[in-house]
Structure formats: structure tokens, C-alpha cells
Write a protein that binds this ligand. Structure first.
Ligand SMILES: *Cc1c(COP(=O)(O)O)cnc(C)c1O
Length: 399
């Protein structure tokens, strides 16, 4: 492999949309123009001595696709360049990225401070599974920085949040929370799934680690699962060792899909954002809609912070309808085009009732604390004409 990617790895030399197309392109002996898909579980050696040198890490190179694969490496280099991270570790899913991060960095007795407004499975991972292994989590407000400093204990090792949050689109002040984390000595991880590096770069704002569910916008067309952990090499050493040993690895095929997805990420995020803003403005004018949550609207409680921290409001719009669960389900069941699915970040607009789907396994207390009411609906705005999305929603809204 010739490493034509080297010149694109340097921080800040190129815009993220350029890096999305050009970084992480390593060509094989055939000089292919498009990134090659290497479907092989293992790699061969020229001699016993070379095998030995590879295994003890004296000679760089691939051994086995549980730890490295050239197609996965291209994806990792490309996303690392876009996020401004020294290293990227690709994983099988977004949840395995979060799990790998915790398993690699924490031990029994450690403490996490996490936002209360997290993806449902992340809440269950922290509050349930990690707790079984002696790692405790204190859940705090996504928006009140003082709760983060008040929650710190001597054994606090990790701060974790997502911004904008799912599904309420609350905005956490990354730079302010980074300062609190730094003072306490804890590492600070941001799940950047909703914004992607096109709209927001948490490492530049002071975060130590960025998490991705590549399943969402990085793919962008709802095809495959994947995730990533990004940060500097020293911080992520334990995460890499966990991945190498335990194997929650990204498949080469999925990495190839993500490489192609990244190439159109900028134009897709711009289009998702423009559609979402137009739809949010329209929803605000509908009589049965009690409130619309979209960071790009001036009515959003953290609009000013959002516009400082992100390039646009993103592609997710949530709104609360009068009449609780019955009314919310009626909107969903009256649609003819929108996809009734919990996935997001797709070209196809998706419509979800968080209280009974993504957050259905959380306790009613957890849902109430996170502000997920029975009348709340989440739209992940796709790339269809906004007028067609409006027609599909209006039927149930006005019924
Ligand atoms: C979907 C999602 C995850 C989990 O990712 P998977 O790829 O489904 O495992 C984590 N965080 C956020 C914000 C998500 O939307």
C-alpha cells in the first residue's frame, strides 16, 4: 500500500469536506482510484522472522482483521483527519464504541458523570451493565454546568455527554464542561453523532474523546452499523488494547460503505439542516403543536450557544403535540411516506415516538427526568422535498 493519505493527515491544513474525500486513501499495487475493499480475515508473512516481528510490534503491518484491516484503517484515518483527532478506533457499532471506551479507560470503583439526556442504550449501559462491574454513574443536567462540578468525586474518571441530545435537542456547553473535567482530572467524552465533524468538532472545544455511531449520518443511507472512538494516541491506548483483545471490531465491508458515505457528508448535512429548519418553522405554526425543539430556531432555549458551537441546527427536530400518546401515535399512523423507524441520519425522513421506542426500556422516572413526554415525536429530517414531508405530517396533525 502506498500511503498517499500522509499529506492529508496534518491537522487543519484542509477543510473537513476536502478531508472527507481525500484523507485516508491508501492505494494498493493496482493504483485504484476508489478505496479498495479488503475482505480478508488474516494477512500472510514473507518469513517466520517477519511474522514474529509483526506480532511483537517491531514491524508495522497487518496481522489479523480483528485489530487492523487496510479498509478499516482508511476509514479511521479519514474520520480522524475530519475530527482533528490523532487516532481513530473503528468499532462494530456506536454502542460498542462507548463500551470499548469505558472498558479501555475505567476499572471497578471508578465513577462516571454523565448527561441525563443520553441515547437510551447508553443510559442502560452506564446505569445497568457497568454498575454490575462496580462502575457508578451520576446522571446530571445536560445544560446546567454546576451540576457537573457538584457531581465530582475523588474517583471520577469520565465525563460523558451528547449534544444536541436525543430526542430533546438540548445543547451542552462543551467548552465550559471541558474546563470542569480538566480541573477534576477526568477524561471528557462527547458523542458527536447528531452533528458529525461537519457541524461540530468537540476536540477543538476541549473534549478529550469523540464517540460516533457511524450507523447514522456517516453512512447516511441506513445500510450498515459501525462506530468510532477518537482522541490522542496516549489516551486511547487502553481502548485499542480492549478492541484487539475483545474484538468489537468494524467489518471491512462496513468501513468501505462508511468511506463512501463520508465523501458526501458535507452536502448531506447542509441539506438535512436546511430541510430541518424549514420544517421546524412550519411546525411552530401548526395549531396542535405545543412546542418545537430545534437548535436552529430562535425559540430554542440554547439557540445562541448552539449557533456558537455548531455550524447549523442539524437534522433532528422534535415536537410535542397536544393529546399525549394517543395524538402522537395518530400522527405516526396517518403518514403514508415517512418511515416509522427509530433510525436517524438517513436520506429517508424517519418518525419516532421516543417514549415507547428508543427510550421505552428506560424507567418512567428516567424518562420523566429526561423530559421525554408521551406527546413527544422526533423527526430525523431526510432529503425529500420539505413540502412533501409537510403534507404527510399535516394529515395526522390536523386529524
Ligand atoms: C444510535 C446512537 C448510538 C448507538 O449507535 P449504534 O450504532 O446503534 O450502536 C449512540 N449514540 C447516539 C447519539 C445514537 O443516536
Amino acid at each position: 500500500m502506498s500511503e498517499s493519505s500522509r499529506q492529508f493527515g496534518t491537522k487543519n491544513l484542509y477543510r473537513p469536506e476536502t478531508l472527507a474525500v481525500r484523507a485516508g486513501t491508501a492505494r494498493s499495487q493496482f493504483n485504484e482510484h476508489s478505496e479498495a475493499l479488503f475482505l480478508t480475515s488474516s494477512f500472510t508473512f514473507d518469513s517466520a522472522a517477519q511474522a514474529a516481528a509483526r506480532f511483537i510490534g517491531e514491524e508495522p503491518g497487518n496481522i489479523y482483521s480483528r485489530f487492523t484491516n487496510p479498509t478499516v484503517t482508511m476509514f479511521e484515518e479519514r474520520l480522524a483527519a475530519m475530527e482533528g483527532g490523532e487516532q481513530c478506533i473503528a468499532t462494530a457499532s456506536g454502542m460498542s464504541a462507548i463500551l470499548s471506551c469505558c472498558m479501555g479507560l475505567l476499572k471497578s470503583g471508578d465513577h462516571i458523570v454523565a448527561s441525563r439526556s443520553l441515547f437510551g442504550a447508553t443510559v442502560n449501559l452506564f446505569g445497568g451493565i457497568l454498575k454490575k462491574f462496580g462502575i457508578e454513574t451520576t446522571f446530571v443536567s445536560a445544560t446546567d454546568v454546576s451540576e457537573w462540578s457538584d457531581a465530582i468525586r475523588p474517583e471520577t474518571r469520565l465525563f460523558f455527554l451528547e449534544t444536541p441530545s436525543n430526542p430533546l435537542t438540548e445543547i451542552s456547553d462543551i467548552a465550559a464542561i471541558a474546563l470542569v473535567a480538566k480541573k477534576s482530572g477526568a477524561l471528557f467524552a462527547v458523542d458527536n453523532c447528531f452533528c458529525t465533524p461537519i457541524l461540530q468538532q468537540p476536540l477543538a472545544l476541549g473534549a478529550d474523546i469523540v464517540i460516533h455511531s457511524a450507523t447514522k449520518y456517516l453512512d447516511g443511507q441506513g445500510r450498515v452499523l459501525g462506530g468510532a472512538v477518537l482522541g490522542n494516541k496516549k489516551t486511547l491506548e487502553g481502548v485499542y488494547q480492549f478492541l484487539r483483545t475483545a474484538g468489537p471490531t468494524m467489518s471491512a465491508f462496513n468501513a468501505w460503505v462508511f468511506l463512501k458515505g463520508l465523501e458526501t457528508l458535507k452536502i448531506r448535512m447542509d441539506a438535512h439542516s436546511a430541510n430541518a429548519l424549514e420544517l421546524a418553522r412550519w411546525l411552530e405554526q401548526q395549531p396542535n403543536v405545543m412546542r418545537v425543539l430545534y437548535p436552529g430556531l430562535p425559540s430554542h432555549p440554547q439557540h445562541v450557544l448552539a449557533m456558537k458551537q455548531q455550524k447549523t441546527g442539524g437534522g433532528i427536530v422534535s415536537f410535542e403535540i397536544e393529546g399525549g400518546r394517543e395524538a402522537a401515535w395518530r400522527v405516526i399512523d396517518s403518514t403514508r411516506m415517512l418511515s416509522i423507524t427509530a433510525n436517524l441520519g438517513d436520506t429517508k425522513t424517519t418518525l419516532t415516538h421516543p417514549a415507547t421506542t428508543t427510550h421505552g426500556r428506560n424507567t418512567p422516572e428516567q424518562r420523566a427526568a429526561a423530559g421525554i413526554t408521551e406527546g413527544l415525536l422526533r423527526i430525523a429530517v431526510g432529503l425529500e422535498a420539505v413540502s412533501d414531508i409537510q403534507i404527510d405530517l399535516a394529515r395526522g396533525l390536523n386529524g
